[in-house]
Design a binder for this molecule. Structure first.
Ligand code: NDP
Length: 446
């Protein structure tokens, strides 16, 4: 980075947010790719847009006390970071995972600003969550936790203010408990959460949306180079919501998915994964991915999730968590002939890994473009709630596919316009930024 203002801004962010490396990583990546835009538009500096962009509008941090099944009290921390509402009400998921702290929610909320803008829908950026670990807890413990979490969160959200959704550790069970509690507290039925069950205002395709959208985006990247999923071997990490539906769509588009992983290890099934079994193990029984080989002994299980990147493939879709794919893993993928990598998880590739893919001509789809299908379909759920109507699966899926195609086109065109053809990292950041910056300029200093 050569622009002195941006260099100083990174330093300010570093000083103001000590010990938050993930947030800094996200800010540095975005500011670096915005440099050519800033050089052409110094007004974004003069009017304070850049300084405001890296500072959340509001940080809410609260105590979440709950009782376990033995009557013991536990106290977790809850967060909601409402980062930017320039183009619409705050929108972004809730993550329940022991690794959650302010820096993780801040990086996710920051990324969400640009992702939401890219969808073309009127939604601002936010993220929230807790260091609560749903793993190994009973349904009643999860329910008590969710109710306590929502008792406080309900004071800060609303269908026109802030509409949270799911993320790691927050699926349909957790959304149900939280929505029920919100409805009870407010004495009103509104579309305050997305990812709801179909019987109480959920949207068809929301469950599948992030994974399906990831493959639609990847398909566009491949198509632009005269290629497709047909006959390709696909490596997927994770085995949660995003991973499962990315696999389903990759197979529908003609690919063969050979891996899944969790934080303990990965499975490799050279015949192509048995998706029904994975859904049963993960969605119904909430078991570990290693159980796969008890049903399919011909498949392999390996301890250590990073090993998944040593499996030879044409397409890699990281769908677990941040910084799960580092420079060494990227080198292995490149050596094994990978042609495309698209991020289902948020910031799964380290800066070294991205550099390795880009310098070796691998097509690279960054998270804020490639995984935007989830939040886009959440916004479609909000629209359906507002008009009290439900679109069919086919209608919603068609809208999702159109949105992903549009995100690809916008990102590719922005990259080209600013002299970085094929760099979708820069293109997505620039296209997402310009709409938000334009709205911020219109408001004056607010
Ligand atoms: P889930 O909770 O359904 O699944 C998460 C998966 O990632 C699990 O297999 C989990 O394994 C694995 N994982 C979590 N933490 C780690 C870790 N530290 N190391 C290795 N593996 C890990 O979450 P989602 O599928 O919803 O989310 C996955 C990613 O996609 C996240 O980055 C999320 O932010 C992103 N995303 C999700 C969207 C959505 O709509 N759900 C939308 C856009 C992005 P284990 O069971 O061992 O923890």
């Amino acid at each position: 980075m050569k622009n002195q203002y941006l260099i100083d801004l990174v330093e300010t962010v570093k000083k103001r947010n000590p010990n938050e490396p993930e947030f800094l990583q996200a800010v540095e990546e975005v500011l670096e790719s915005l440099e050519p835009v800033i050089d052409q538009h110094p007004e974004f500096i003069e009017k304070g847009v850049m300084a405001s962009l890296v500072e959340p509008e509001r940080i809410i941090k609260f105590r979440v006390p709950w009782l376990d099944d033995n009557g013991k009290v536990h106290v977790n921390r809850g967060f909601r970071i409402q980062f930017n509402s320039a183009i619409g009400p705050y929108k972004g998921g809730l993550r329940f995972h022991p690794s959650v702290y302010e820096g993780i929610i801040k990086f996710l909320g920051f990324e969400q600003i640009f992702k939401n803008s890219l969808t073309g829908l009127p939604i601002g950026g936010a993220k929230g969550g807790s260091d609560f670990d749903p793993k190994g807890k009973s349904d009643l413990e999860v329910m008590r936790f969710c109710q306590s979490f929502m008792t406080e969160l309900s004071k800060h959200i609303g269908a026109d203010t802030d509409i949270p959704a799911g993320d790691i550790g927050v699926g349909s069970r957790e959304i149900g408990y939280m929505f029920g509690q919100y409805k009870r507290i407010q004495n009103g039925f509104s579309g305050v959460l997305t990812g709801k069950g179909l019987s109480y205002g959920g949207s068809l395709v929301r469950k599948e949306a992030t994974g399906y959208g990831l493959c639609y985006f990847t398909e566009e990247m491949l198509k632009a180079k005269g290629n497709s999923f047909e006959g390709k071997t696909v490596v997927i990490s994770g085995s949660g919501n995003v991973a499962i539906y990315a696999a389903e769509k990759a197979v529908q588009l003609g690919g063969k998915v050979v891996t899944f992983s969790d934080s303990n290890g990965y499975i490799y099934d050279k015949n192509g994964v048995d998706l029904d079994l994975v859904k049963q193990l993960k969605e119904v029984e909430r078991k570990r991915i290693k159980e796969y080989v008890t049903v399919h002994p011909e498949a392999e299980y390996h301890e250590g999730c990073a090993g998944v990147w040593s499996v030879k493939c044409d397409i890699a879709l990281p769908c677990a968590t941040q910084n799960e794919l580092d420079g060494e893993s990227a080198k292995k993928l490149v050596a094994n002939g990978v042609i495309a990598v698209a991020e289902g998880a948020n910031m799964p590739s380290t800066p070294d890994a991205i550099e390795c893919f880009q310098s070796n001509g691998v097509l690279f789809g960054p998270a804020k473009a490639a995984n935007a299908g989830g939040v886009a379909t959440s916004a479609l759920e909000m629209s359906q709630n507002s008009i009290r109507y439900s679109w069919t699966f086919e209608e919603t899926d068609a809208k999702l596919r159109e949105i992903m195609k549009d995100i690809y086109i916008k990102s590719a065109e922005a990259a080209k316009e600013y002299g970085m053809e094929d760099n979708l990292v820069a293109g997505a950041n620039i296209a997402g930024f310009l709409k938000v910056a334009d709205a911020m300029m219109a408001y004056g200093v607010v």
